[in-house]
Each structure stands twice: as structure tokens, then as C-alpha cells.
Design a protein around this ligand. Structure first.
Ligand code: UD1
Length: 421
């Protein structure tokens, strides 16, 4: 298993580039493989383990996929396979995205129940509810979700759950509704940019989706969808992670390709914490002319502060004088990184879904373990800010979502290497 070895205390300086969005690419690839009746060419696709895992699912379902130089070529298959097996789905929760498109296209889908993960329970009730409202019959049998429908029929539905709208459920149901008879209205739809990007891709395939980017989506069903050529949006979470990297190392970093319009809440909290952000047409310059200041953060659905940036901000707040607080509103147990940061000298107390962070002047390097993707990212950030050596293990979590992380960070002055056992 690979590890990252970081010698902290180096100021980052230079330009670091943002890759395409992982979370936008995943459903887009599913739509291209299952809903379209001809090939698609998708640009700005990050070369990540999560994309490979999803492509393995799409290949089992008959599609042909090839990722070359950030372009993903997808050719739909012969449309007989409808089962996403446990061995593949357990590696890749987003495999649940095939459920709606399969039932819309083939009338049947059998997908392993994805289960929970390190950031807590992750139910799929809203995905199932939405598909049932489109007329699918859904049963759970031996760990599999089986959905059937002769023909999906457009419906009005409200898709918010106890923690707000669901990115996954909105995407799944929206994809299914594109081929349903009649009109579907999804109220309480997720407004995340990745959902909007999927909707734009579906429209480029010939779908008819209105209200893109808002909480009410109107989908007029069409008879068929065709392949298309498309460029995925930049990854706002990778961009936000690099912005924090510039800040925690007191460096001067230009994050090239950072999407200003998708980073509102993250930028606001960084500015409140004392980070200087100068936006240009093609990215943002991050500087730290002042001492950091404590801030209070509550994660929320878009355009609120993203849960996927919570861990990284906790890293920054660990070295920010004063008392900061973080309330996690989306995944209530998503604080696994706090105890690892405490091993590096941070002072973070977690109670329920609240964390109180008492800032220290400096962290010290230590052996630490990534428990999930963003929890892994903050350990890299903390390692770069800390005095001495940090060894991050279980970095397969980080590789799921960050393309060439050590090369990108080394390119702006980080002392970071990957070692294999
Ligand atoms: C997506 C992102 C993930 C991000 C999350 C929230 C992908 C591949 N992953 O995950 O990085 O952290 O959005 O922005 O895009 N919920 C239910 N019932 C459901 C579905 C979700 O109660 O059927 C709850 C979840 O437990 C959570 C909240 O709704 O509390 C939001 O989850 P959701 O938006 O669905 O997250 P994902 O799509 O799984």
C-alpha cells in the first residue's frame, strides 16, 4: 500500500491546476453509457480510481470505455446486462447512479445495495422513492435493489430528505425521467453545480430539462437520447483544497481553473479567516498577509458551505488562533479526521455533529491514517503546515478523488513523496 511522506514547513509558491470534477463526471459517464444510443466524447475527465471503478461497472453493463489524456470515450453496449454486482458497487458507491437509467432504458435494474461508508450511514431511500413515483416497482432481495417498470411515467415529486436535498437522488431520478412518458417535476432538487452539469449534458444528448441549477427541475420525457461531445466543469472541491493548501503554508499560490461561481461559501469563509483571494478570469491567487482569525462554519447543501470542504477547513482552523466551531449538517458523523489531526497536536473536541477547534500556533508531523477521501486530504494539508515529517497511510482514499496529488503539490514547492511498500 502506498504512503505519502511529507516534510512540512515549506511555503507553497506558484501555479497549481485544477482537474475536471469527479462528482460531475460520474453521473455523466453513466448517462453516456446507458441512456444514449450512440457514442460520447467527454473532455476534462480526471484520471482517478473512482472513475476507473465506475467504468468497470459500465463495462459489465456492456459499454466500452477508454480514458486517454483527460478525455473519456464511451460507447454504449448491446443493452442486455442489467446487474451491477456487489464486488464492483462496494468499491464505488456512485454505482447506484446506474439504477434509474437502467430501469428507464431496459425496464429492469439489479444493483447491489451500496451500504454505508467511513463517513456514516448513507441511505438511498430518496433514490428509491423518486423512481417509485415514476412508476417503478422496487424490491430489496439478498442485498440487491431490483427495480422494474414497463414504462416510466412522468410525475410530480418532492425529493428532500431529513438533511436537505440529495445530489445522488436528484441525479438518478432526473436521468430516469428524461426517457419517461410525459413531464416530471422534481421539487426540493439538489442545486449542486455537478447536478446542473449533468442536466446540461443530458440536454446536449437531446433531453428536455428546465430549471437547471434550481431546486425545481422540469423534465419533459423524450423518446431517445444520442451521444454527444461535452466538457466537464472544474472540480470545485479540488480547487478549494488547493486554496487551503496555499493558506496553511502561508504561501502564494495561483489556483488555475478554480471556478469562482461555484466557490462562494468556501471563498467567504477563507476571507473571513484572513486569507486574501484575488480572482482573475482563469483562477484565484491565494495569499496570507494577515494572522488567521477564528470562524464558525456550518455545512449545508449548495450554495451553503460544502461538507466536502469541511475537513480541509478544520485543518486551517487547527492553526488559527482562537476558538472556531464547525457544525456538520449533511453527514453528522463526518469527523474521523479530528482524532488524526489531534495526533499532530491540534486541539479539536467533537460532540455529536459539532466540533470545537482551539487553534494552535503549529502542528507537528506524525504518522497518520486517511479514513476517507477528504479526511485524507486534510492530513496532507496539515502535514505541509506542520513541523517535521508526516507519513499519511491508506492514501488509496486520497487517490479516489485527487489526480496526481503529490506531483501537483510538489510542483509548487511541497516536500512530498509517494512510497510503495
Ligand atoms: C454527493 C457527493 C459527495 C458529497 C455529497 C453531499 C458524489 C459522488 N458524491 O454524495 O461527495 O459529500 O453529495 O454534497 O457526487 N440522503 C438520504 N436519503 C437518500 C440519499 C441521501 O437521507 O436517499 C441523505 C444523506 O445521508 C446525506 C444527505 O442526504 O445526509 C445528502 O446526501 P447526498 O446529497 O445524496 O450525497 P451523495 O449524492 O451520496
Amino acid at each position: 500500500m502506498d504512503r505519502l511522506i511529507i516534510n512540512g514547513g515549506k511555503q507553497l509558491k506558484g501555479t497549481i491546476s485544477v482537474s475536471g470534477s469527479k462528482n460531475a463526471t460520474l453521473p455523466i459517464a453513466v448517462a453516456a453509457a446507458i441512456l444514449a444510443d450512440s457514442s460520447s466524447v467527454i473532455h476534462n475527465v480526471p484520471n482517478l480510481n473512482d472513475i476507473d471503478s465506475l467504468c468497470a461497472v459500465l463495462e459489465v453493463l456492456g459499454a466500452t470505455t477508454k480514458l486517454e489524456n483527460s478525455t473519456l470515450y464511451i460507447e454504449p453496449g448491446d443493452r442486455s446486462a442489467y446487474e451491477a454486482p456487489y464486488d464492483l458497487v462496494r468499491k464505488m458507491r456512485a454505482s447506484i447512479y446506474v439504477l434509474g437509467p437502467l430501469v428507464a432504458r431496459l425496464g429492469i435494474a439489479k444493483v447491489s445495495f451500496p451500504g454505508g461508508c467511513a463517513i456514516g450511514p448513507r441511505p438511498v431511500d430518496l433514490h428509491l422513492k423518486g423512481l417509485q413515483q415514476l412508476g417503478a416497482e422496487v424490491e430489496i432481495d439478498s442485498g440487491y435493489i431490483i427495480a422494474r417498470a414497463n414504462r416510466l411515467v412522468g410525475a410530480e415529486m418532492y425529493l428532500r430528505g431529513p438533511h436537505g436535498s440529495s445530489v445522488g437522488a436528484t441525479a438518478n431520478v432526473m436521468m430516469a425521467a428524461t426517457l419517461a412518458d410525459g413531464t416530471t417535476t422534481i421539487r426540493g432538487a439538489a442545486c449542486e453545480p455537478e447536478v446542473a452539469d449533468l442536466a446540461n449534458f443530458l440536454n446536449a444528448m437531446g433531453a428536455d430539462i428546465g430549471g437547471v441549477g434550481t431546486s425545481t427541475l422540469t423534465i419533459h420525457g423524450v423518446k431517445q437520447l444520442h451521444g454527444t461531445e461535452y466538457t466537464v466543469i472544474p472540480d470545485r472541491i479540488e480547487a478549494g483544497t488547493f486554496m487551503v493548501a496555499g493558506a496553511v503554508t502561508k504561501g502564494e499560490v495561483f489556483v488555475k481553473g478554480a471556478p469562482a461561481e461555484h466557490l462562494g461559501a468556501t471563498s467567504e469563509k477563507l476571507i473571513e479567516a484572513g486569507v486574501q483571494l484575488d480572482w482573475a478570469d482563469d483562477g484565484v491567487r491565494v495569499r496570507t498577509p494577515r494572522d488567521f482569525q477564528a470562524v464558525h462554519i456550518a455545512t449545508d447543501t449548495y450554495p451553503g458551505f460544502p461538507t466536502d470542504m469541511q475537513a480541509q477547513m478544520m485543518g486551517l482552523l487547527s492553526i488559527t488562533p482562537g476558538i472556531s466551531t464547525i457544525t456538520e449538517g449533511i453527514y453528522l458523523d463526518r469527523f474521523m479526521h479530528a482524532s488524526e489531526l489531534n495526533r499532530m497536536g491540534a486541539d479539536i473536541r467533537v460532540e455529536g455533529n459539532h466540533a470545537v477547534v482551539r487553534g494552535k500556533l503549529r502542528l507537528s508531523g506524525a504518522p497518520v491514517m486517511a479514513s476517507d477521501l477528504r479526511a485524507g486530504a486534510v492530513l496532507v494539508l496539515a502535514g505541509m503546515a506542520a513541523a517535521g515529517e508526516t507519513v499519511v497511510s491508506r492514501i488509496y482514499h486520497i487517490d479516489r478523488g485527487y489526480e496526481n496529488i503529490e506531483q501537483k503539490l510538489a510542483g509548487i514547492g511541497a516536500d512530498i513523496i509517494r512510497v510503495s511498500d
